[in-house]
Write a protein that binds this ligand. Structure first.
Ligand SMILES: [Zn+2]
Ligand SMILES: [Zn+2]
Length: 483
């Protein structure tokens, strides 16, 4: 296999891998860096000859994996786009929203090259999708060459897949973004026990060392207690969330917590942003869950040692791994529209805000609300997912109470007085789980991808110690490797 990581920076950024296996030219994902603007947010597609790619394999619908698909599709018009049925539903909503955001940024930030694609090009991507069902192997033929492809549930977000390629008896496995434990709204990864030759693994959490005795269930209770305390004390809470997956997960959690009496009965809940647009898609998928394959179970799955798949916690929803639109209605969730918000002006009625972006990116509802909550000590901002260090959320998390935080876009500065807390509900496998996965798959070669350099170094060291016979490759961006 010839392998090129097209992400120009060795970080999470714009994920896209170019693979050559036999006669086949393949791309895995076509992402966009969430923290760069303009052409700098794209993978380096200039390294690939136009109209040379046969297949584009899509792992899941976060923008760092799909944000530039319409651009690749324009450059590679003959390529087939393979994805799960759920991803095919979510993809156009995410890309159309990204188009809208780029139009706004063109005007506000004067980014002349935006938008990088048109609405029609998003439709063209959707028209060319080829659906892959979990666990169902498809064979592709080019000239006399044959390639088998199988998608497995990766547990990370709705529709997320890990991908197995088989060519002339050699097996290549791509984790994509992967999570082994069950979430409230989604089952964990279902990767069958097997031996592979090459493992291409994500490395997001190489630096995250979970404290001894950490449990996801305790973390839920910790979050809910803080939210209840804040609301009962007359303050408001902001949960900045990723639109895809985390918003639906948090709404399910709040719905269940209210039913259990863990959260007070009456307080307004506001949701806003892209997450609400995805709710309808989720409703459709959960109504037809068998058709979308979300209950797929591998026969002999790899279970990471720390996970309790199928375990029932008192706080688990009655119907495990289910999200329904009526949760929003029953909670009386309102959109943010119509509220008079001003930086530095406190929210008078204690309220709960669950809104994107998860990293408090500028020009988003969560950024706006944070500017109202931050100056007052009775409020709480609770992060529940990954925050890049260069985003406003990432910066806020490194600062101390009393320091001055600047909302540059709003031209507003304030001392940090609200409580800032972080809760670990990551959608990515713990680093020990990824090492366990590698030990189960017994690859001859491991290729590191999708992680910051320091994080990759942890994996290099651990794999070298615990799997000394395995070759480890930490590829330079844009360099081609024979693997
Ligand atoms: Zn992801
Ligand atoms: Zn990712």
């Amino acid at each position: 296999m010839k392998f090129t990581d097209l992400n120009p920076k060795r970080e999470i950024g714009a994920h896209s891998l170019h693979i050559e296996i036999g006669a086949f030219r393949i791309l895995v994902d076509g992402g966009m860096s969430p923290k760069d603007v303009g052409l700098a947010c794209l993978p380096d597609y200039t390294r690939i000859e136009n109209d040379s790619v046969d297949l584009i394999l899509l792992t899941h619908c976060h923008l760092d994996h799909i944000g530039s698909l319409p651009c690749v599709h324009r450059l590679q018009p003959s390529a087939r786009l393979l994805m799960t049925r759920a991803s095919a539903e979510i993809l156009p909503v995410m890309l159309q929203n990204s188009h809208t955001v780029m139009l706004r940024q063109r005007d506000e930030l004067d980014v002349k090259e935006y938008p990088l694609f048109t609405r029609q090009e998003v439709d063209a991507v959707s028209d060319d999708t080829f659906i892959m069902s979990f666990g169902h192997t498809r064979e592709f033929i080019k000239g006399g060459d044959r390639l088998k492809i199988t998608f497995y549930p990766a547990g990370h977000v709705m529709g997320a897949a890990s991908i197995l390629l088989e060519h002339q008896g050699v097996r290549y496995f791509f984790t994509g973004d992967i999570l082994f434990r069950d979430q409230n709204t989604l089952h964990g990864a279902q990767i069958p026990q097997m031996q592979v030759d090459v493992l291409v693994t994500e490395t997001t959490r190489g630096l995250a060392d979970l404290p001894a005795g950490f449990s996801y269930e305790d973390e839920i209770l910790r979050l809910l207690e803080s939210v209840a305390q804040t609301l009962n004390g007359g303050g408001s809470c902001l949960l900045p969330v990723f639109a895809l997956g985390r918003l639906q997960e948090m709404v399910t959690l709040i719905y269940t917590a209210r039913r259990h009496g863990i959260l007070p009965r009456r307080f307004p809940i506001y949701c806003s942003g892209l997450g609400l647009a995805i709710v309808d898609v989720f409703e459709k998928i959960y109504r037809n869950r068998r058709y979308y394959g979300i209950d797929y179970r591998a026969e002999n799955p790899i279970v990471a040692p720390g996970t309790k798949q199928g375990a029932v916690h008192p706080m688990a929803p009655r119907d495990k791994c289910l999200f329904r639109k009526h949760f929003l209605r029953d909670l009386g969730v309102r959109p943010l529209i119509g509220r008079r918000l001003k930086p530095g002006l406190d929210i008078r009625v204690p309220s709960l805000f669950v809104m994107s972006s998860g990293m408090l990116a500028e020009h988003t509802p969560s950024y706006q609300i944070a500017s109202s909550l931050l100056p007052f000590e009775h409020n709480l901002i609770a992060f529940t997912g990954y925050c890049d260090a260069d985003t406003p959320g990432g910066k806020l998390l490194t600062m101390q109470p009393g320091e001055t935080f600047s909302f540059d876009v709003l031209k507003f500065e304030t001392p940090i007085r609200a409580a800032i807390r972080r809760y670990d509900f990551t959608g990515h496998a713990d680093r020990e789980d990824l090492v366990h996965l590698a030990q189960c798959l017994r690859p001859k070669t491991i290729v590191l991808s999708h992680g910051e350099q320091d994080s990759r170094l942890w994996f290099m060291k651990e794999f070298a110690t615990r799997m000394p016979m395995t070759k480890i490759v930490n590829p330079e961006p844009q360099m081609t490797y024979d693997i």
